[in-house]
Design a protein around this ligand. Sequence first.
Ligand SMILES: Cc1cc2nc3c(=O)[nH]c(=O)nc-3n(C[C@H](O)[C@H](O)[C@H](O)COP(=O)(O)OP(=O)(O)OC[C@H]3O[C@@H](n4cnc5c(N)ncnc54)[C@H](O)[C@@H]3O)c2cc1C
Length: 378
Amino acid sequence: MNRKSRIAVIGAGLGGLTAAGFLQRAGFAVKVYEQAPAFSRIGAGIILSANVTKVLRRLGLEDGLIAAGIKSQSYVSRAWDTGEVMAEFVFDAAAERHYGGPYVHIHRGDLHAVLERGVTPGTIAFNHQLVDLQEDGGSMHLAFANGANAEAEIVIGADGIRSKVRDILLGPEPPQFAGFTAYRAIFPADRLNGFWIPDCTKWWGSDQHCLPYYLTGRRDEVYAIGVVPAEGWDGEEASVPTTRERYLESFAGFHADLQRVLEAVQSVTLWPIFDRTRDDRWSAPGGRIALLGDACHPMRPFMAAGGAMAVEDAAILSRCFAQFDDPAQAVRCYEATRIPRVAKVQDISIANTWMRGPTETDWFYCYDACTAPLAPLH
Ligand SMILES: Cc1cc2nc3c(=O)[nH]c(=O)nc-3n(C[C@H](O)[C@H](O)[C@H](O)COP(=O)(O)OP(=O)(O)OC[C@H]3O[C@@H](n4cnc5c(N)ncnc54)[C@H](O)[C@@H]3O)c2cc1C
């Protein structure tokens, strides 16, 4: 595609910033429009597996991720009641070589600060909430809630699960409550009073699970996400404050080692989990609008893979835009390359079986979105 093309990325999340970084390196003029006034430090962590870290390495961000987060050494699956170890995955130097990248846990606020370094200063226009998008001849016209307007040849909708770009493309369709809520708590590790925990443990109940893991290489900050079934979610809030007592109550009967961790929780919030039925329409005819990440395939966070899929999408979409002269061909290739892999990950996320027991992980962690073959166009 003509490298003078202006590309507007809507949303400065994981996918949007990764796409912007790669497209700028390919020579495109890229602007990212973000509705938030600034990045906020929401109380949550995220796991970035080797298939993500090796992509972000190409943007010069790997060292920053490791410095801000932790190179995890292990992931242990344990039974909720007996504590039996159902599976253990080691992420030592040999595993890092094998997978082609480290397995990192990081605070989401710190992740955003690192991702911002991957784009040219001034790329992100904060406080720009997209409200309208019109195609007029060769240009896309963008309108924002703050009254600003912009033009671009290509628009990438990286605006998350409630994507406005998706609404404009496919018609409004709110995401569905998935029947689960997630407790999210971050607390200083000294509240464990010396109680040793592995870098990451997933405690598996029948229809609920809890995942405490460290967020820093100093192992001084712990994140504990606990997912429980729920009948519904009233209201528009993205999250509501709750209490340690409620968190403990929801995991009453779980093994004493988990109780010990949850007793260390200070403040905690409760988040609804939403998703959508699979829909493979990710772009507009002509290729001027393309969606990525949660905007086109939100997933239940049970495989810790939604962000990973957004980052992989960003790398593949950028390669397609750089490789094809015609944007329509570029997005066809992007969809053909991405949809089968994303669909598999979406199925596993719904089933919530990933790493519950012995699991073949190479197809997921060894994948490199910067070099993986692009699907042939017929
Ligand atoms: C509880 C929980 C735990 C998770 N844990 C993991 C994990 O460990 N590992 C993992 O890989 N994934 C995890 N995920 C999934 C992951 O968070 C998402 O899949 C990922 O954030 C999607 O990235 P994205 O770039 O598509 O969208 P987002 O990160 O949601 O970014 C979208 C951005 O667009 C902006 N935006 C929205 N609308 C507009 C608009 N109209 N105009 C301008 N800007 C707009 C938003 O403000 C936001 O900054 C988890 C999810 C949840 C809910």
